[in-house]
Write a protein that binds this ligand. Sequence first.
Ligand code: NDP
Ligand code: 2IT
Length: 452
Amino acid sequence: MKSSSLPDPIRRTLDWVHERNHSEPIFIQAVEEVLHSLGPVLDAFPQVEDNGILERICEPERQLIFHIVWQDDEGRVRVNRGFRIKFNSALGPYKGGLRFHPTVNLGVIKFLGFEQIFKNSLTGLSIGGAKGGSDFDPKGKSDGEVMRFCQAFMTELYRHIGPSEDVPAGDIGVGGREIGYLFGQYKRLTRRYDLGVITGKDTAWGGSLVRREATGFGAVYFLEEMLKQRGEDLQDKVAIVSGSGNVALYAIRKLMDLGARVVACSDSGGVVHEPGGLDWEQLREVKEIERGRLQTYAERRPKARFKEGDPGTIWSLPCDVALPCATQNELNGEQAAELLENGCIAVSEGANMPSTPEAVELFLERGILFGPGKAANAGGVAVSALEMQQNAAWASWTFAEVDRKLKETMADIHGTCRHYADKYSRDGNYVDGANIGGFLRVAQAMISHGLL
Ligand code: NDP
Ligand code: 2IT
């Protein structure tokens, strides 16, 4: 939507957000994307404006920035920066992952925390929105270095989290190994075995089955729901998936289970293309077990080609469905045009905000099936909330039971998006549907709680 055609309260709020966050363009991008959907809601719910909800939802409730001091294997002292942005607690304890990546800064964590508010709302569960992380780069670090870093990180954070206060989890660069070290240090410092303080734990000590698979599986379940609207399914579809981390790996697994042929994936070093279809076991071996690079996978596969360089070249490969599962703004307008030209009919975002505004606009304009991240990748945090439920009851559910709940949750989110798109925007606009559906539930809770 052009800014001149936006309703006054939205334009005013956007100006205010710009003014006070001008050094964080990525955060502004995330806010614009949500607020651009909310025009029709203001007419239907005047309470939103009366209670200052637009401004309040764009300002984090609490922001922590701290230093992390640790020692590398050579005995050198290292200093990193840590963040925890507690964005909104209207629906439950703060909930959201931790990202360890050299590109992490305040703007990145604020954008992710903001997205998390609406995503968590869409799950229908009792979880507020937060995000955290550090500019620490786990790549090339020894296990001992990662452990010492995680311990130092938690030494700063432990006072500010708790099972009914704020519950972190993983994100880029934070997987099972890091969650274990973080939990261990929390336990040591607090002398409490609070399983529910963090999610994504190993299933041997309080983790939930299906949490590892949940985001990738969920993004494919959402894709399946969208395809159903057009009488389509994944059988024999050609798929490309960017990234090759946790989300990408399990999206690929589920796509294959449902009959699709996944011909390409990527990492920050380049793209692997294997026209006959990737081999999931070998991919998992290299990425999850050896913590290796995609180039190594390609070297082991006679029919796979590795193209070193810009991972964005993956979008020039012909496909029926595409799942961006690496990072923000990894798919731009030109690449979106190329995807469409090559016949892509559906995009389901496993990553957070991977498509630029220009790409999203093009997808919507052309009317392809487009599942935005805050809906399509909500399966991860949804199963995190199921992990919290199991921890609270000192129980553990079977794989089949959690998978069924995940599938139902993704179908419900799809239904919510459709419902609100239909009511306030246009049928099939999952972007407006997700933004409006996610927003209204949070706004209602904020209004109930009074001015806080
Ligand atoms: P991982 O760390 O497991 O994997 C990240 C993948 O993305 C790697 O292949 C990595 O390549 C690639 N990547 C990361 N940053 C960049 C970059 N700046 N440029 C190019 N490639 C990059 O993370 P996840 O799979 O957990 O997360 C992927 C996305 O999914 C993120 O956007 C995350 O926020 C989102 N997400 C994750 C959830 C979860 O439960 N884990 C839940 C919902 C969303 P390389 O190894 O070369 O760095
Ligand atoms: O972006 C996300 O939703 C996550 N990284 C998962 C958050 C969580 O708390 O499981």
